[in-house]
Write a protein that binds this ligand. Structure first.
Ligand code: ATP
Ligand code: MG
Length: 392
């Protein structure tokens, strides 16, 4: 019965003079999300409201699911749009709507009219009272409750008249594209896709970098990361993924440096290379899935050592999360099942038995001195040979 959705947005409503920029970004994110859905849609913006209307046959569930992934949307209201054919007809249409939508009418209700078109002959309060009366006459089981109604029937009077009575929660956040862009270090694990999701939720456009180490890591491990990027892209929009061959650098570090420092030193080179791509694409920060104390390379000391090579800010949205909390989000956003597929990533192969948990920066820097002969060239080669995959 629904051919349209009224879109409610929260935070972006409070952005003052920039409001139209946020609304335009939201409209364009909605249009992008609906491209993948069967059907033709029109998304329009009118007086602080965004509407999505189906212009053809469409899949209701799929449309709803897509809209539930658009950041900036707080509520999705399936709506019926009526031509204005006079007040009597409106009352009949309301009755027909309730009859079709609610089989069980044992409930309290309230009519909430909003007259956005001031030349409509009846005021909002009058619409509430008179439509309410008609409903009570048509369905004696229904009762009015103006404070806590079970059913809030909204009637918006514009050029057309919009009826809706349900608000399905959206993901919240800000429309992607309103907060600049950032580079996600995406591995095949549980954490980094969640980290990307969280930063993207604040309106940030994502790029990603993945380090693989063939033949130590398999093609399937890479495919898994591409799949994770695709799952995140359902929310964030297209992601430009750089796949960096890290084998040579890893082997070189393995050969030259103390094994307990491997992870930290590797991490530092990953950051440097990711930062190179970040700057190339005008990203304003790096994103990782680190959380304090999760593993040896994520103690405060280790994070400080990793951070030290970066000039861009490093965003770590999971920093205070427990693993279970991260898992909960990954299940909610649909990345968990893919993340737990058992393909080695390059870090799990080169891990030391007893990694340092409190790396000393001077010592790390001294160890890195042993790489000086070839490392710059290797980094350059890794950058130049990186593969670019655009994931939608
Ligand atoms: P994840 O679950 O995201 O793999 P993790 O708990 O396994 O995280 P680490 O392996 O220590 O943690 O990695 C910490 C962070 O470093 C990751 O969240 C990710 O942002 C980045 N990272 C690690 N390995 C890679 C990789 N191979 N390619 C790109 N980024 C990586
Ligand atoms: Mg990992």
């Amino acid at each position: 019965m629904f051919r349209a959705f009224l879109i409610k947005y929260g935070e972006i409503g409070i952005k003052g003079k920039n409001r139209h920029l946020f609304e335009d970004a939201l409209v364009s994110q909605i249009q992008h999300a609906l491209k993948a859905v069967e059907g033709t849609f029109q998304t329009s913006k009118e007086q602080g409201r965004i509407y999505v209307e189906a212009l053809s046959e469409f899949d209701y569930e799929e449309t709803l699911e897509s809209l539930q992934r658009v950041f900036g949307i707080v509520g999705i209201c399936p709506a019926v749009i009526l031509e204005d054919q006079g007040f009597e007809q409106l009352c009949q249409d309301v009755i027909a709507y309730l009859d079709a939508r609610y089989a069980d009418k044992q409930m309290t209700f309230k009519v909430n009219a909003r007259r956005a078109r001031k030349d409509y002959p009846i005021e909002s309060m009058q619409i509430n009272a008179r439509v309410g009366e008609k409903i009570l006459m048509a369905f004696p089981q229904m009762k009015v409750d103006v404070h806590h109604p079970q059913l809030l029937l909204n009637i918006e009077v514009r050029q057309k008249i919009i009826l809706y009575s349900e608000v399905i929660p959206g993901p919240g956040g800000m429309p992607v594209g309103t907060s600049g862009r950032a580079m996600l270090l995406l591995s095949g694990g549980i954490d980094s896709p969640v980290a990307g999701y969280m930063i993207s939720k604040r309106g940030v456009k994502l790029d990603a970098t993945y380090f693989h180490a063939p033949p130590y890591t398999s093609e399937r491990a890479k495919q898994k990361v591409v799949e994770l990027a695709r799952l995140v892209a359902r929310y964030s929009g297209p992601i430009c993924l750089k796949v960096v061959n890290f084998t040579e650098i890893q082997l070189y570090i393995y050969e030259k440096c103390p094994h307990e420092e491997l992870t930290i030193i590797m991490r530092r080179y990953m950051m440097k290379i990711a930062e190179h791509f970040a700057k190339e694409s005008h990203s304003m920060g790096l994103i990782t899935g680190e959380s304090i104390g999760q593993v040896a390379s994520q103690t405060m000391q280790s994070l400080a050592a990793t951070n030290e090579v970066c000039t861009l800010p490093v965003y770590r949205p999971l920093i205070g999360f427990d693993k279970q909390e991260i898992i909960d989000v990954s299940e909610k956003i649909g990345t968990y099942e893919t993340s737990i597929q058992p393909f080695e990533d390059c870090c799990t192969i080169f891990v030391a038995k007893h990694p340092v948990t409190k790396p000393n920066l001077n010592i790390i820097r001294r160890s890195e001195q042993r790489l000086r002969e070839k490392i710059d060239q290797m980094v350059q080669t890794a950058i130049e040979s990186a593969e670019t995959i655009v994931v939608e």
